[in-house]
Design a protein around this ligand. Structure first.
Ligand code: PRP
Ligand code: GLN
Ligand code: MG
Length: 505
């Protein structure tokens, strides 16, 4: 996942986008970028690092104009190299910049197709650069012999939906014309729209999460509907259209478990309330399966597990204590690239308060167990601090399958629950007992917050990939690519696929 934001205003937007990215920083810590537009010109700055480190005053000063987009990146495809930081720019047609949250599952095929049929060169291994070029190509087709207008853009998005697979929430700007935002037909990644009335006129902000709108004083208008495209011209006129044939909302369940901020509302469901519900349902399961009489205290693994743990302790009528203190200057460890740095960061990030553990039977609650990096270290820290018994609970079910829609868990072997029973995971993390949320209960937690959400993208828990194009072979291939990080040479790919440089008939 990444954080994306796009603004059309009647005032300079550089600071506004910077502030939006700060509010979305939890979605991506690897790189950040902003592209603004003034007249017919784009101004762009992007680099690896946190938002506050990427933009110095001199960079901010050079980001001119009343329209702009920004992204904070957590890489899924390609690598974390700086050239894959977003937004991306393409000069034809009209000049377009784009920022993307999600992951395309057919980007390699598209990259080759684009070269062969559309004569487009893509310079990185980023799926988002492919997405931009598909959009550019479709806009070019939709405007051949016609003028550039919102209808042509909507037609282009409709063609894009037919061509690309995977997840994509997108903000793009067309130089001197306006801001285009759209969401894939399953609505896997979130995107919402806000408005702010100023003396100079109406300004619009499209962002990954509602927390960015609220934090900047915008009024939440609505979510972008799956498959829908919204266009706001540079004068602040907004139009929208459904561009997908069969849109059906399947929001990513993991957004509610971990990715999103609890104070955001996604697709009408409060993330905070769904996390409280996760705690309630997990408490029910613990009551059914354990004798709680032997538990002295319940503790969250900060930060993401707090809302669930508070509710869980309340339901179990047990003391809630903060036994681990987090160093607020260390980022989210799950988002960090590489296992060694993740493990080290857990120890640097969390420290135990010894007196809360001495001689006690503790129930530790985390939102999820993915690679097991956090839980393994935490159980040991609890024991080192003198805990008599350590029970571990996860507010999400076991993560057993790779995610191909924008969360960096692409290989089965990295996942601690892959090929292991709950008892085996319990042994791996060296806990005395382990309890996982049931998938049904997780889904209910989110539906309780908005009953109209009935289907989910929950593939990391159940292996059911909603886009329907994920084969075993595909999963094997991304796993292989992970273990052999050399980017595939285009010539080699072409010869393997038996493609020539000649255009298709
Ligand atoms: O099993 P693992 O691979 O360790 O991943 C799961 C852990 O990673 C996340 O925490 P993180 O430190 O990223 O962020 P947080 O402070 O928001 O909880 C998540 O909340 C779990 O604690
Ligand atoms: N996590 C994301 O949304 C990543 C966006 C895009 N796939 C990238 O790798 O940069
Ligand atoms: Mg955590």
């Amino acid at each position: 996942m990444c954080g994306i934001a796009g603004v059309v205003s009647q005032n300079p937007v550089n600071q506004l986008i910077y502030d939006a990215l700060l509010l979305l920083q939890h979605r991506g810590q690897d790189a950040a970028g902003i592209a603004t537009n003034q007249g017919n010109k784009f101004y762009m700055h992007k680099a690896n690092g946190l938002v506050r480190d990427v933009f110095r005053t001199r960079n901010m000063r050079s980001l001119l104009g009343n329209m702009g987009i920004g992204q904070c990146r957590y890489p899924t495809a390609g690598s974390s190299s700086e050239e894959e930081a977003q937004p991306f720019y393409v000069n034809a047609p009209f000049g377009i910049t784009l920022a993307h949250n999600g992951n395309l599952t057919n980007w390699e095929q598209l990259k080759i197709e684009m070269f062969r049929n559309d004569r487009r060169h893509i310079n990185t291994n980023s799926d988002s650069e492919v997405l931009l070029n598909v959009l550019a190509h479709e806009i070019q087709q939709a405007t051949l012999g016609y003028s550039l207008d919102p209808a042509a853009l909507f037609k282009a998005v409709a063609s894009l939906h037919r061509r690309v697979r995977g997840s994509y929430a997108v903000v793009a700007q067309i130089a001197g014309f306006g801001l285009l935002a759209f969401r894939d037909p399953y609505g896997i990644r979130p995107l919402c729209l806000g408005v702010n009335e100023t003396d100079a006129g109406t300004e619009y902000l499209v962002a990954s999460e509602s927390v960015a709108l609220e934090g900047l004083g915008f009024r939440f208008v609505r979510d972008v509907i799956p498959g829908e495209a919204i266009f706001i011209d540079v004068d602040g006129n907004m139009t929208s259209q459904q561009c997908a044939d069969n849109p059906v909302l399947n929001p990513c369940a993991f957004e509610f478990v971990y990715l999103a901020r609890p104070d955001s509302v996604i697709d009408g469901a409060s993330v905070y309330h769904s996390r409280l519900k996760m705690g309630e349902y997990l408490a029910d399961k613990i009551k059914r399966e354990f004798s709680t009489g032997d538990i002295d205290v319940v503790m969250p693994i900060p930060d993401s597990a707090r809302p669930s743990t508070i509710e869980l302790a309340l339901k179990l009528n047990l003391d809630y204590r903060e036994g681990f203190i987090k160093n607020r200057y260390i980022g989210r460890t799950f988002l960090m690239p590489g296992q060694a740095i993740r493990r080290k960061s857990v120890r640097q990030k969390l420290n135990a308060i010894g007196s809360e553990f001495k001689g006690k039977s503790v129930l530790l609650v985390d939102d999820s167990i993915v690679r097991g990096t956090t839980s393994r270290e935490i159980v040991q820290m609890a024991r080192d601090a003198g805990a008599r018994r350590v029970i571990f609970a996860s507010a999400a079910p076991p993560v057993k399958f790779p995610n191909v829609y924008g969360i960096d868990m692409p290989t089965r072997s990295e996942l601690i629950a892959y090929g292991r029973t709950d008892e085996e995971v319990c042994r791996e993390i060296t806990a005395d007992a382990l309890v996982y949320q049931d998938l049904d209960a997780l889904k209910r937690s989110i539906s309780d917050a908005n009953p109209s959400i009935r289907q989910f993208e929950a593939s990391c828990f159940d292996g059911n990939y909603v886009t329907g194009d994920i084969s075993r072979d595909y999963l094997d291939r991304i796993e292989y690519a992970r273990g052999n990080p050399e980017p595939a040479n285009d010539d080699m790919v072409r010869s393997q696929l038996n493609l020539s440089l000649a255009p298709a008939d």
